[in-house]
Design a binder for this molecule. Structure first.
Ligand SMILES: Cc1ncc(COP(=O)(O)O)c(C=O)c1O
Length: 354
């Protein structure tokens, strides 16, 4: 029997006809059609460049101002980019070091930081946003900080003012910023603001914007070429090149019309409105998501809620504790409107009985 309270691994990839999954954050909407069009004629099979295929890196360099193909590394999802960056940072200067994480955080961050031999330290969000005063105090003895706006699990977007203040402070202190931008194209409230600077490592992925999570294509980009070269060295002796077919598909995704992203964003926003209204009508307290596709309502007994929703109502939700939010549960709304409505109905039935 699975232990649904232990970790998200119990739920990732779980499907079933009667199951409504608000679990995993994987888009149900398909990737752009361009991604599949190459398949019938695709013939390459040899090792690729460790750093990543040049056509894809050049396409990315056109998307990021003041960048160049040589400062990108194509990775096995944003996950590998994050892991390699942290392990490289751990070896720069004094070994190890602290990494500041705004809490609630993406559940892999503390694990990745510890696997790299570093120590996670936390700054608690206030109303789902970074408290800059607390951030300012805690960042001073850190080697790096991870910023994720829009955030998984809060769905919140940091204000431009906060991001600019973080940019300046970390630059003055020489603290590295790992800017996890995997939801940068999924913002409902304003344009994205990209944190920049000599100590910034931008991480992104084709998993969310282009709905290609199973193909495992992500990347990192930094103006710190020495750091980039160290990442390439580490990748050479660990995973080697990222899947070359996936990279070609990702390259095709960059050529799809930008209207693809706009159309998807409209759908996500509609779903955001639907689920927020539904949860608020059920009396739950939540931070209104401004980007990504997650919502993190407060519930009375999160462990019982997650367990009973799954076992008795066939609804998957994630425990807030996995994200450093023990009084909440996380719902992903990466599923169609009918399923969201059915899921809300079942949550309502559970709440009525409990
Ligand atoms: C904030 C954040 N970073 C990184 C990842 C990992 O993405 P990828 O599929 O590109 O490895 C996720 C996936 O959910 C995420 O939410």
């Amino acid at each position: 029997m699975i232990d649904e309270l232990k970790s998200p691994s119990a739920f990732i990839g779980v499907e079933g006809r009667d199951i409504i999954s608000f679990g995993s954050g994987q888009p149900d909407l398909p990737p752009p059609k361009e991604v599949y069009e190459i398949l019938p004629s695709y013939k390459a099979f040899k090792y690729g460049l460790i750093q990543g295929q040049i056509n894809l890196r050049e396409a990315l360099a056109r998307e990021y101002p003041s960048s160049a193909a040589e400062s990108f590394v194509i990775t096995n999802g944003a996950s590998e980019a994050l892991d390699l960056t942290l392990r490289v940072l751990a070896g720069i200067g004094e070994k190890g070091g602290k990494v500041l994480l705004p809490r609630p955080y993406y559940y892999s961050y503390p694990f990745s930081v510890k696997f790299a031999g570093m120590e996670p330290v936390y700054t608690d969000l206030v109303e789902g946003r970074i408290d800059f005063q607390d951030f300012d105090q805690k960042v001073r003895d850190c080697k790096a900080v991870i910023i994720n706006s829009p955030s998984n699990p809060t769905g919140r977007v940091e204000s431009m003012e906060t991001l600019k203040k973080i940019e300046k402070l970390t630059n003055d202190l020489g603290v590295y910023v790992i800017s996890d931008e995997v939801y940068k194209d999924l913002i409902y409230v304003r344009e994205n603001y990209l944190i920049k600077g000599p100590h910034v490592v931008t991480i992104n992925s084709f998993s969310k914007t282009y709905a290609m999570c199973g193909f495992r294509i992500g990347y990192l980009w930094s103006l710190d070429q020495e750091l980039v070269n160290k990442v390439i060295e580490m990748k050479t002796h660990t995973s080697m090149n990222t899947n070359i077919l996936g990279q070609e598909m990702a390259y095709q995704a960059t050529r799809a019309p930008k209207s693809f992203i706009e159309k998807q964003l409209k759908i996500w926003k509609g779903r955001r409105d639907l689920i927020c209204e539904g949860l608020l009508n059920l009396g739950l307290d939540l931070w209104k998501p401004e980007g990504a596709f997650y919502v993190l309502p407060k519930v009375k007994n999160p462990r019982k809620t997650v367990s009973e929703l799954f076992r008795k109502h066939r609804v998957i939700t994630y425990l807030g504790g996995w994200f450093g939010a023990p009084d909440r549960i996380r719902l992903s709304y990466a599923l169609d409107r009918e399923k969201i409505e059915e899921g809300l109905k079942r949550i309502g039935e559970y709440l009525k009985k409990s």
